[in-house]
Design a protein around this ligand. Structure first.
Ligand SMILES: O=C[C@H](O)COP(=O)(O)O
Length: 253
């Protein structure tokens, strides 16, 4: 039984005061972390203060991106060692918005995964297909290729410390969710890739989230599926009430 992981990805939303208010509102209500891993991936600017505020709670704080180098002349970037130095536990890597709008390549994602593990930051590695790719029957080929590229050069033991997030691009922020069976099928295809590369023990251990218009109303069914071990949630992670409902579903899955 894999422990569910529910990660909120706030994207570029919330002012500083709103971010602090959110964490103060949820921090005493997070289910025990032997039941569910609760993560909020916040804008980089707020990470140090959010890490400090939630220090005594079960909530973990994550970043939404990072560079793969530890330091250098990379104006505007945040490095893995900088994230580690403020106590960040997770980082979202290869989100489709970064791949599409900021030219993030499979090669860069692979380097970022290595950098995250070097700093004991858990990478949440995103993959997913466009609507055109889905309609052309290329979903499995697309996500398998992204995952093979992201995992290149890692050992099975290292892979067990990673989280994979399957997010069909056409379901992100659109209100359209993949059916639970379709999402499960693709998460199963990702697990099959891990099985082929590393064997059944690693494939059974690695956690695979679904993301794309996940809400309190649909998360229970998604989490009931064999290969879905959690959710990467945008819009529904912005309000404390709805985020806490998602965590409750995770704790009871
Ligand atoms: O990282 C989160 C995903 O992009 C999903 O966003 P959404 O829940 O707003 O569809």
């Amino acid at each position: 039984m894999r422990k569910p992981i529910i990660a909120g990805n706030w994207k570029m939303y919330k002012t500083f005061d709103e971010a602090v208010e959110f964490v103060e509102a949820v921090q005493d209500k997070i289910p025990a972390n032997d039941k569910v891993d609760a993560v909020i991936c916040a804008p980089a600017l707020y990470l140090p203060i959010l890490v400090q505020i939630q220090a005594d709670s079960e909530l973990a704080i994550g970043a939404q991106n990072m560079h793969f180098e530890n330091e250098g002349a990379f104006t505007g970037e945040v490095s893995p060692s900088q994230l580690a130095s403020v106590g960040v536990d997770y980082v979202v890597l290869g989100h489709s918005e970064r791949r599409e709008m900021f030219n993030e390549t499979d090669e860069a994602v692979n380097k970022k995964v290595r950098a995250a593990l070097n700093h004991d930051i858990v990478p949440i590695i995103c993959c997913g297909e466009t609507l055109e790719e889905r309609e052309a029957g290329q979903t499995t080929a697309k996500v398998s290729g992204q995952i093979r590229a992201a995992l290149e050069g890692f050992t099975g033991e290292e892979v067990t410390h990673m989280v994979i997030a399957y997010e069909p691009i056409w379901a992100i922020g659109t209100g359209k969710t993949a059916t639970a069976d379709d999402a499960n099928e693709t998460c199963g295809a990702i697990r099959a890739v891990v099985n082929e590369l590393y064997g059944s023990e690693v494939a059974e251990a690695v956690r695979i989230q679904y993301g794309g218009s996940v809400k309190p109303e649909n998360i229970v069914e998604l989490l009931s599926k064999e290969h879905i071990d959690g959710a990467l949630v945008g819009g529904a992670s912005l309000q404390p009430e709805s985020y806490l409902k998602l965590l409750e579903a995770g704790a009871n899955a």
